[in-house]
Design a protein around this ligand. Structure first.
Ligand SMILES: O=c1[nH]cnc2c(O)cc(-c3ccc(F)cc3)cc12
Ligand SMILES: [Mg+2]
Length: 214
């Protein structure tokens, strides 16, 4: 028994960050992961690239696959335009419970919906359940084996539109070779690789940005 790493990360946020201040929540998590315990947040270096893509897209509707503790959820939600909304899917209920509290500590709970369950089960129901027509932005950060089947499902469900921007974490480490091959070869996507490093380490990793062309 005792605490889990997500619970210790949450405690670090509650002890170090200011309620309602999303920048201080991000800084508290980065400090915890650099100086206490590594955790699989997108991190500050790749997070800066995430920020620039979100700011460029300025999405009204955004989807995140893989919430974990809510670090990238906070990074995305703090940059949404007025009326913007983010749906984030998380399979692990313990992660979801921590993420809800991290998102609330940042004061962003009104723009974010944390949905528990498997991405493949939920994607076909997002339109009817949340009144979503299509997504302007999708951040893939859940499980490398699911990146490809999940974007094919998003396509089939008509949840991508001309210009939808997909951004995928970990395309080098742990690596998503089948996803990369698909988006780079498909005539339906225009892809670009942003080289970076695995969060809080010197290992190589990067983000793949892919624009859906319809
Ligand atoms: O499983 C993951 N989901 C989402 N993001 C991840 C992420 O950013 C990093 C890693 C990861 C990378 C190296 C390692 F030695 C152990 C875990 C896993 C995930
Ligand atoms: Mg990741």
């Amino acid at each position: 028994t005792g605490t889990t790493r997500p619970q210790r990360l949450l405690r670090a946020v509650q002890e170090r960050a200011t309620r309602g201040d999303s920048e201080s929540v991000i800084a508290a998590i980065d400090h915890f992961c650099r100086h206490q315990e590594w955790a699989m947040n997108v991190g500050d270096e790749k997070g800066f690239i995430l920020d620039s893509v979100v700011s460029e897209v300025s999405p009204q509707t955004a989807l995140e696959l893989g919430t974990y503790c809510g670090y990238s959820t906070v990074r995305i939600a703090r940059l949404l335009p007025p009326g913007g909304h983010l749906i984030t899917l998380e399979f692990n209920p313990n992660y979801a419970a921590v993420a809800r509290q991290v998102i609330a500590w940042a004061g962003l709970e009104d723009m974010v919906q944390v949905v528990e369950g498997a991405s493949g089960d939920w994607i076909p129901h997002l339109r009817e359940h949340f009144g979503i027509e299509s997504f302007d932005f999708v951040f893939l950060d859940h499980w490398k084996e699911l990146y490809l089947p999940d974007i094919k499902l998003l396509e089939e469900c008509g949840l991508l539109r001309k210009g939808t921007v997909l951004l995928a974490d970990n395309v080098i480490c742990p690596g998503t070779p089948d996803y990369l091959e698909y988006v780079r070869k498909s005539q339906s996507y225009e892809s670009h690789y942003f080289g970076s490093h695995l969060e809080y380490t010197r290992a190589e990793d990067g983000l793949e940005k892919s624009v859906y062309l319809g």
